[in-house]
Design a protein around this ligand. Structure first.
Ligand SMILES: [Cu+2]
Length: 371
């Protein structure tokens, strides 16, 4: 079922059917992994060891409802996987890594665990941290080890966290990034839905969609010429054809958190058929509201640099399928980036009428006389 679905997606784009990108081994010179085609993966040494690498964008912590600071114990476990489409070094087995959600003034005790079977050292740099390397030096851990640091969340906003070992661009391209959201003390305005996505690009030594074995390609990464540009680590991960779409009811307000891991490409994040009614550039938030006055209004496309985030809110006055894209559109048509949100409900023809009365009925079509 899963294989058939994936093949349909790839077929629809004429991409030719790629599938599994295997994990790399060795720190300084990762060896070639493999890419297998559906149905034949067992024949290759690069057999996947997870069914799915794409994080569920609806799986994020609840908004904070608290007036007092709190101390959090957070453990990020790093695991190295062989996974479909996405090459596999990930935080907690998903791309992006899990969202960490705290309140400004909270204290976070963060432990970076490097799983025993891993081959590389890892760490974490959180952009929400005042401190050397955002915690990267203190948390660096070899396979089978764990290291901790503690910080107070001093300033509010949505921030990236990412692996920051010497080959950090490779580790991020392999999926080692996520978001920490520091809510202002009074919290964020209430919305009906929140979604969480992560964009990044993957560099392999084989053409996009080509069957066979893919290895990581450091030269392609240096040229910033990716094989895939992805939302949530898999080709079209949260589209209707794969793990999605997200579904909301007409009239709901939808808040989207997006982190751009890069390592190199900025995103041009646009909701097709909608607009960022309120947009927080780079995820930045003021200490206090009213947030409506702080936010940019009615932004069509948000620039999100690598190593940054954005928060955008959509209104949903009509039923439709919203496509979340990087508006550098070859990344959508040819390199795998797409998520979809379905707005369910009855038509609102005053706002949008997909089948208006035909030509000749209204003044913009002429009145049929004098032509
Ligand atoms: Cu790493």
């Amino acid at each position: 079922m899963f294989e058939a679905t994936r093949r349909r997606v790839l077929g629809a784009l004429g991409a030719g059917g790629a599938a599994t990108v295997a994990g790399c081994s060795g720190d300084s010179a990762p060896t070639a992994g493999t890419v297998n085609t559906g149905g034949t993966s067992a024949a290759f040494s690069g057999e996947t060891d997870v069914d799915r690498i794409a994080a569920d964008p609806t799986d994020l912590p609840d908004p904070i409802d608290r007036d007092e600071p709190k101390r959090h114990e957070v453990t990020l476990e790093t695991v190295e996987h062989t996974a479909e489409i996405e090459d596999g070094v990930t935080f907690a087995g998903q791309v992006p890594g899990p969202m960490i959600r705290v309140r400004q003034g909270d204290t976070v005790s963060l432990t970076l665990e490097n799983a025993d079977g891993n081959k590389m050292q890892h760490n974490v740099d959180l952009h929400a941290v005042y401190g050397t390397g955002g915690g990267a030096v203190a948390t660096t851990a070899a396979p089978g080890e764990a290291n901790a640091m503690e910080f107070q969340a001093w300033y509010p906003g949505a921030y990236i966290y990412h692996c920051a070992v010497p080959n950090l661009d490779y580790h991020i391209s392999a999926g080692m990034f996520g978001m920490i959201l520091v809510e202002p003390k009074d919290g964020l305005p209430e919305v009906d839905h929140e979604l969480y996505f992560g964009q990044h690009e993957l560099y392999t030594d084989t053409e996009t969609g080509e069957e066979g074995h893919h290895g990581f390609d450091f030269d392609a990464m240096a040229r910033e010429d990716p094989t895939y540009v992805l939302l949530n680590g898999e080709k079209y991960a949260y589209s209707a054809a794969k793990h999605g779409p997200a579904e909301v009811e007409k009239g709901d307000t939808v808040r989207v958190f997006m982190v751009d891991g890069g390592p190199n490409l900025s995103s041009n994040f646009h909701p097709i058929g909608n607009v960022w009614a309120r947009a927080y550039r780079d995820g930045g938030l003021p200490e206090e509201g009213p947030f409506d006055e702080y936010a940019d209004r009615n932004i069509q496309t948000m620039k999100v640099p690598p190593g940054s985030c954005m928060t955008g809110e959509m209104e949903t006055p009509v039923p439709e399928r919203i496509k979340l894209v990087d508006h550098a559109l070859s990344r959508v048509t040819r390199k795998g980036l797409l998520a979809e949100v379905d707005v369910l409900g009855g038509e609102e023809k005053d706002v949008y009428d997909p089948e208006p009365e035909g030509p000749g009925e209204g003044p913009i079509y002429g009145d049929g006389e004098g032509e």
